[in-house]
Design a binder for this molecule. Sequence first.
Ligand SMILES: Cc1ncc(COP(=O)(O)O)c(C=O)c1O
Length: 496
Amino acid sequence: MAKSWVNSAERIGADLHLELSGSGGRRAALIDALRAAVRGGRLAPGTRLPPYRSLAADLGVARNTVADAYAELVAEGWLTARQGSGTRVAERARPLRAQPMRHAVKGPVTAPPRARAPRHDLRQGTPDASAFPRAAWLASYRRALQQAPDEVFGPGDPAGRVELREALTEYLARVRGVRTAPDRIVICSGFAHGLRLLFGQGGGGVLRGPLAVEAYGLGFHRELLRTAGVRTVPLPIDEHGARVEELTKERAVLLTPAHQFPTGGPLHAERRTAVIDWARARGGVVLEDDYDGEFRYDRKPVGALQGLDPEQVVLLGSVSKSLSPALRLGWMVLPERYVEGVLAAKGEREAWASVLDQLSLADFIVSGSYDRHVRRMRQRYRSRRDRLVAALAARAPHIEVTGVAAGLHAVLRLPPGTERSALKAAAWQGVALDGLAAFRHPEATPATATDTSATADQDGLVVGYATPSEAAFEAALEALCDVLPPDGSAGVPAAG
Ligand SMILES: Cc1ncc(COP(=O)(O)O)c(C=O)c1O
């Protein structure tokens, strides 16, 4: 009968699971099992094996059986035995490189295939991953861990750690003009999670559709809403941001007021007050996606819309642009009437955002590391933005660059009908970026040729200039300039 050993490791600190099977006797079965574990990489080179006695006891075999098996594998070169350091997996005994699995069986593929990394990554959406403040984050994590009371290691409060909510209350007031209190903040795992909590799955959240959204935005967010049973209705945008005066029957609107995503302008001051008036008059609510509000360069900071009326606005923020989307940490600043419902949607315990990461972020903010990091990154991104604008002025002066006063991406306006061919040329040259059309709501009405205010309805490229590392940026810029349509080029006339 097969015998398995799960934990003989108190004295060696390593844990291993072995199956002894086959009809060739215990010794042969143990040799086979150990060889397979080394070959497959489960026992890494240098790993110390359990002493004979404890392994023998766990497997229910004689001590000599284990001693013989070890000796055989030492002789074969799989293991080494040295006085004083016990028996270890030999350094040369490298596991076989994992072979890609070949699926003989037809059926649904569970994970999507990963795209090959592009040579030049100018996709919007990511900060410079090479600039994550590892040392400062580690220092905050260490302090948080040292100072954490024991209850931190129990189930977490669904509202999030109070230390983080207090730190955010102060930070968001200081930097974004947000007016709130710790008990109005609910920690979540980012903007997308916040949306899910607000609308629930197939109803049941504190909000219901239809939801007005900007005619250009992230398709991923629209899809998330669609699967939650929420119909989204596109609001046209122009050079002053979303045309909020066109809000009709909806009771909620999702906006990116500080920096329209992806076209790049702030919501005009008059529209900011108009949308608050609309919410007050209709009992509606504004969802404010404050995704990159900290990054502004040569325009005055635009405070959060939430500061105009905290009871009409849900502000959603996250560290995805300021630190890293890998942390999965965000916050919702809520009107009082939604707090209870959102907490109920979150469940009895914190099931999303790691409590230790929450405490680290609280320390990161309170210690000033967050401000320092944002300042440093603002300088870096501003310099990149300037280099992008300069490169285009020199090599493609016919291409207008817009939306560059803030944020981590720019929009390059292309001659009508050239977006698709520019994207093809980019893909051919290994330059990853998106066209404006990819962000357009499927029900948005295309602008007519005479409608000059609908500035977004043009061909364009969305260039994420924060994405490459510093070392890769210059080459990415060069490659970008190479794939832009030449002056005077025209493709298929724009629709409409
Ligand atoms: C428009 C927009 N909203 C929100 C976010 C943040 O999303 P999340 O917090 O879910 O990572 C991003 C990306 O960082 C974004 O581009």
